[in-house]
Design a protein around this ligand. Structure first.
Ligand SMILES: CC(C)(COP(=O)(O)OP(=O)(O)OC[C@H]1O[C@@H](n2cnc3c(N)ncnc32)[C@H](O)[C@@H]1OP(=O)(O)O)[C@@H](O)C(=O)NCCC(=O)NCCS
Length: 177
């Protein structure tokens, strides 16, 4: 069920490594929930913290988070309800947008767009020339968002499972800044 956000949620942009160092237990549990909503190829509720965070949070770049209410009680306020990362390759002057996700209960209310816009601005501020991202072809909502921001598909790649059977296609998107 979609819940209406009544107040403008708080948007935070942090340096990935710095945020990792100050992340709270509650943040980690919120990130587990969002990671599971992004991909169910693994049980993220029990995955070691390092597995959850090592992929991006030790890299050069930014994390954008939106905080809002996951419930009525005090402990449910200011929880992470959307997130995404920008990983920067300084040499190539290129950024990769990773794991954009809005909590299922709050989709369609501009959170995904807001995360993307903040990461785009961070990329511009850092003087990057281009943004790249990869996304499964089935992610219709995400592709609508990326296209509306000017991203274009520049290639496709077939993915395979461990036995070599084709599973899905991914699209490589690019945006010149
Ligand atoms: C993709 C995602 C982050 C979008 O977040 P959101 O907060 O629901 O999206 P927004 O409300 O900001 O909408 C932004 C744009 O996305 C597109 N969009 C959003 N929902 C859509 C839907 N159900 N169908 C088609 N396009 C959709 C539209 O272009 C929309 O712009 P509009 O409102 O002007 O039409 C969210 O759907 C999500 O978390 N999906 C699962 C995870 C995922 O697929 N991540 C991408 C990994 S590559």
């Amino acid at each position: 069920m979609i819940e209406k956000l009544n107040n403008v949620p708080k948007i935070e942009l942090s340096v990935l490594e710095e945020y990792r160092a100050e992340m709270s237990e509650v943040d980690i549990s919120d990130l587990r929930v969002l990671r599971a909503q992004l991909s169910n190829r693994r049980d993220w509720s029990t995955a070691p913290v390092d597995d959850l965070l090592n992929e991006f949070y030790s890299l050069n770049g930014y994390s954008c988070m939106i905080r809002g209410p996951l419930g009525d009680t005090e402990d449910m306020q200011d929880r992470i309800i959307a997130t995404g990362q920008l990983v920067i390759n300084e040499k190539r002057e290129v950024g990769t947008v990773e794991s954009i996700v809005a909590h299922k209960a709050f989709r369609g209310q501009g959170l995904g767009r807001s995360i993307m816009k903040n990461l785009l601005q961070a990329a511009r501020d850092r003087g990057l020339s281009k943004l790249e991202l990869t996304s499964s072809e089935s992610r219709v909502a995400a592709h609508g968002l990326y296209r509306s921001l000017g991203f274009e598909v520049v290639g496709k790649k077939q993915k395979y499972d461990e036995s070599g059977n084709p599973t899905h296609e991914t699209c490589l998107f690019e945006l010149s800044l």
